[in-house]
Design a protein around this ligand. Structure first.
Ligand SMILES: [Zn+2]
Length: 314
């Protein structure tokens, strides 16, 4: 049986202080989401772990050239802003904490598989070994999973339902020698293709392939990244309408539920945020993320929470 709360790896040090730039992009999202959950009486379903160490500079060398990492932490343009975000010393510090959050969440989930872990982060899946890209500074998934593999031999799969194709894992394979073991090729990074019904069919097919890999012990833990920008009203216009977006969450958590029964033990599971952009109504983005967490809690954690997000039509 799963724990009734989500073990959440969050500290305010992951968040850009008010007044800093990059408004409405990922750096403030973790805090806005937690505030939104509090307002909707959902914060009590998170158990927050905030005493974890940030990554030191050298840990980023796992997935990036020393040149890129060093220039980023020095704030030297253009590399320091190759992610399209304005650099500041505090922003650089948030990145050390967001990347550590995902690593800590996976580590905890592997040790305590009955706890579903939540790392409220985004800004990882477009980064390249030599520079950042598309609001993403470093390849947090690559660094977390390679560290985990080197420490424990455990291998992960990422189910990436952000509206944008997550390229950082595939683009790092030739740079990071043991990445093919840490996140195995083929079923490592799942990004469904198409939109609407085709997207959902493709997602289900990918989950079937993943299930075989898990049952054959090729994959030991899952990271689910349900970006809200795969919703069609997102500023970047995603693949799913509201019903379909919610259905994807239901499909995934029911997949995990059946998997737990087949394995006769809970599979280590971590949740992340990833994208979501609405200049007109950011609460629509946060509402979708909250709905995903509620579906997880109701499907896997024995909760019976009633929550419907208020989504502003575009
Ligand atoms: Zn995205």
């Amino acid at each position: 049986m799963r724990k009734p709360q989500l073990s959440t790896f969050y500290t305010e040090k992951m968040v850009l202080k008010e007044g800093e730039k990059n408004f409405s992009k990922s750096p403030q999202k973790p805090k806005w989401l937690l505030d939104f959950l509090e307002k909707n009486e959902l914060l009590k379903y998170l158990e927050i772990y905030q005493n974890f160490e940030p990554f030191i500079k050298e840990e980023f060398y796992i997935a990036h050239t020393q040149n890129y990492v060093d220039r980023f932490f020095e704030g030297k343009k253009p590399l320091a802003e190759s992610n399209n975000l304005e650099w500041s010393p505090q922003f650089a510090e948030t990145v050390q904490y967001t990347n550590a959050s995902l690593y800590e969440a996976i580590k905890f989930a592997l040790k305590n598989p009955e706890s579903i872990c939540f790392s409220p982060v985004s800004g990882f899946h477009h980064a390249q070994p030599m520079y950042g890209m598309g609001y993403c500074t470093f390849s947090g998934q690559v660094i977390a999973s390679v560290k985990i593999f080197r420490e424990t031999g455990m291998r992960g799969a990422y189910i990436d339902l952000d509206g944008h194709f997550g390229n950082s894992i595939e683009d790092s394979r030739s740079f990071v020698e043991d990445l093919n073991e840490a996140i195995p090729k083929g079923f490592g990074n799942i990004n469904p293709s198409g939109s609407h019904e085709r997207y959902i069919d493709n997602f289900k097919r990918e989950l079937n392939i993943l299930e075989t890999a898990i049952l054959e012990n090729q994959i030991n833990y899952l990271v689910f990244c349900h970006g809200a920008d795969s919703h069609e009203d997102d500023d970047t216009k995603g693949q799913c309408n509201t019903k379909e977006w919610i259905m994807c969450a239901e499909i995934f958590y029911n997949f995990v539920k059946k998997l737990d029964e087949k394995l006769k033990k809970p599979i280590p599971l971590v949740l992340c945020l990833f994208g979501g952009y609405r200049k007109d109504d950011y609460d629509s983005v946060l509402g979708l993320h909250a709905k995903d967490l509620v579906i997880c809690l109701n499907t896997l954690c024995g909760q019976e929470i009633r929550f419907e997000p208020i989504l502003m039509p575009k």
